[in-house]
Design a protein around this ligand. Structure first.
Ligand code: V47
Length: 357
């Protein structure tokens, strides 16, 4: 097997990493060298730009038919901490963003046992009625697969209905770790890896772009992370439909895997850099500030990330419930711009499709 320095030189020459080479680089190269390689790759794609957007999340329910061990957000139906927003409550939240200049609403929640596809189409239509200029990036592949299957439709038929209602993009959640054995350990009853790929592949075929995530830092090995990224690279070779990849660090507060602890920041930075290097065909690597916290996000910009996500405006609870630093996450445009500029890049506002605003 080659030494990591030979592999690094080949990456610099523009060669694609094999799984074996990626593993060697991940495990053996010093952190500074991974940062150097990843920033060089990032600069070929997005130059000196780092993107942010003006967005908010809508989390209609935290009741879920699945019981993932890493999840701190889910509450069983009937629990005093469970919620299931009415359409009026949803409309009220959406109306509070009228005139605020947001360009995206990210809708995800638990997979509710009772709601059907029509309900979700209606939700999207109502959002679009209030904020017609805002892009709806909605539902993880796992939510989509469940609601479409329940309606007795094929993935293509179900996605067509949601697109018709106004869905414009699909977020990256639900990917967790694609290795089936690890998935069986951390989320045994959840929708499968095959379902995740079926939804994203079909969406891309219908002209809908999507993101992809990876939940790391729990029971998986570096080999599993490389495998996850390789599967995404193969999908992207086939469809070119992925906009961004988002590594999600396992946060351990308030869930049934808490005893595992959290990985150190060095692991976060190596994972970001290696994601950039392996996914040579995915344009954007997002350092989701809500999950990392602001300080790690700033560091992430020296390891190949070119997106920090958005204003959020205290509209998501997934990470605050899992122990993230910001219990009421929000960032002003000025704060995001300063963060990017302090790291030596140029802050650029983008829309959901990475058009510059
Ligand atoms: O799929 C749940 C993760 C995801 C925990 O596409 C956890 O732009 C860490 O996918 N520790 C949902 N992670 C969030 C998501 C996302 C976030 C931001 C932007 C985008 C995008 C997508 O959150 C889940 C799961 O992997 N998650 N619990 C936890 N304790």
């Amino acid at each position: 097997m080659s030494h990591w320095e030979d592999i690094a030189a080949r990456v610099e020459a523009g060669e694609r990493l094999s799984a074996e080479e990626a593993l060697t680089l991940w495990q053996q190269a010093p952190l500074w060298r991974l940062g150097e390689l990843a920033v060089a790759k990032k600069r070929l794609i997005s130059g000196d730009k780092v993107f942010y957007n003006k967005n908010f999340h809508l989390e209609p329910t935290n009741t879920c038919v699945f019981n993932c061990k890493f999840c701190s957000f889910r509450r069983p139906k009937g629990s005093p901490e469970a919620w299931d927003m009415s359409m009026e409550e949803i409309e009220q939240q959406v109306r509070s963003y009228e005139g605020k200049g947001v360009t995206e609403v990210h809708i995800v929640g638990g997979v509710h046992p009772e709601h059907g596809l029509e309900y979700y189409c209606d939700m999207i239509r109502r959002v679009k009625e209030i904020l017609p200029e805002v892009a709806v990036k909605a539902f993880t592949a796992i939510e989509l697969s469940y609601m479409i299957r329940k309606a007795g439709l094929t993935t293509e038929q179900g996605l067509r209905m949601l697109i018709e209602a106004g869905m414009e993009a699909i977020p990256g959640g639900g990917a967790e770790i694609f290795d089936e054995k690890v998935r069986a350990q951390i989320c045994p009853d959840k929708g499968s890896t095959a379902e995740w790929f079926e939804v994203h592949r079909t969406a891309h075929k219908l002209g809908i772009s999507s993101n992809a995530t990876m939940l790391y830092g729990h029971v998986e090995s570096v080999e599993h992370r490389v495998d996850h990224l390789m599967r995404l690279r193969a999908l992207q070779d086939e469809t070119s439909g992925l906009n961004a990849f988002i590594p999600l660090k396992y946060r351990n507060f308030g869930n049934s895997m808490s005893e595992i602890g959290e990985v150190p920041i060095i692991d976060d930075l190596r994972t970001l850099a290696m994601s950039r290097l392996i996914l040579d065909n995915v344009p954007h690597i997002k350092a989701y500030w809500v999950m990392y916290g602001k300080q790690t996000t700033e560091m992430a910009l020296a390891f190949g990330a070119d997106d920090i996500d958005g204003t959020i405006d205290d509209s998501t609870k997934i990470y605050s419930m899992a122990g993230a630093d910001d219990q009421r996450p929000r960032m002003s445009v000025e704060e995001m711009r300063e963060m990017v500029e302090r790291a030596g890049f140029r802050a650029v506002e983008r829309d959901t499709h990475y058009n510059e605003i």
